[in-house]
Design a protein. Structure first.
Length: 212
């Protein structure tokens, strides 16, 4: 599990259909073989280590549903080690299970920030809500606005400097992971023929009677 707070920008040293070799420094501290690490928001397993890089295997399923298949030598990637129990949860709960890719359709300056509009697959729109959470290439972000076909995020100067989102251009593909709670609520609604009442939410642990 992750928080969506990127620790370091890594550099792809080798990319092939089965494996990525990524150069890094900070995330290597304390890293061991079999550890989980998020690469552009994708949870992968470390298979080998050196003094300045680590290897991760990638499966065809991962390549089909993320932007990792488009990586080449020298590309930058967002890196985050798995959440340590007892640490600060600075972003939101991110599983590293990317739902699909979206497309950056516009990037507009707004003072020191940039407003990025992203077009996601239609299947993800039910999980996207204004002021809700979403992970974009593994970065925990708040949804600033949305319409029927797209949503916007506001990228502050720190995010632009310390993640790969500062290098994105219109047309680029980004990995998207919707908020896990939104997905569970949608699934419960699909499986239930009853309306989403307080009694229903209480039964499944999403609410308690008598609480504001």
């Amino acid at each position: 599990m992750f928080t969506g707070i990127v620790e370091e920008i890594g550099i792809v040293k080798e990319a092939n259909p089965h494996c990525l070799v990524i150069g890094a420094k900070r995330v290597l501290e304390g890293m061991r073989i079999s550890d989980s690490i998020a690469v552009n928001g994708v949870c992968l397993t470390v298979t080998s280590l050196s003094s300045n890089a680590f290897n991760v295997d990638v499966m065809p399923e991962t390549l089909r549903h993320t932007n990792l298949g488009g990586l080449h030598y020298g590309d930058q990637v967002n890196l985050e080690r798995a959440l340590v129990v007892g640490g600060r949860l600075g972003g939101h709960l991110v599983l590293g299970h990317v739902d699909d890719t979206g497309e950056a359709i516009s990037i507009t300056p707004e003072e020191a920030a940039r407003i990025m509009r992203i077009s996601p697959p239609a299947k993800l729109m039910p999980y996207i809500a204004s002021r809700g959470f979403i992970a974009v290439d593994g970065v925990s972000l708040t949804i600033a606005g949305l319409d029927d076909l797209s949503f916007t995020i506001s990228l502050v100067a720190y995010t632009l400097e310390h993640t790969t989102l500062g290098n994105k251009r219109p047309g680029d593909k980004v990995n998207l992971e919707a908020d896990i709670i939104a997905k569970y609520v949608e699934r419960l609604k699909e499986q239930s023929s009853q309306n989403l009442t307080l009694d229903f939410l209480e039964e499944y642990g999403f609410a308690r009677k008598g609480l504001p």
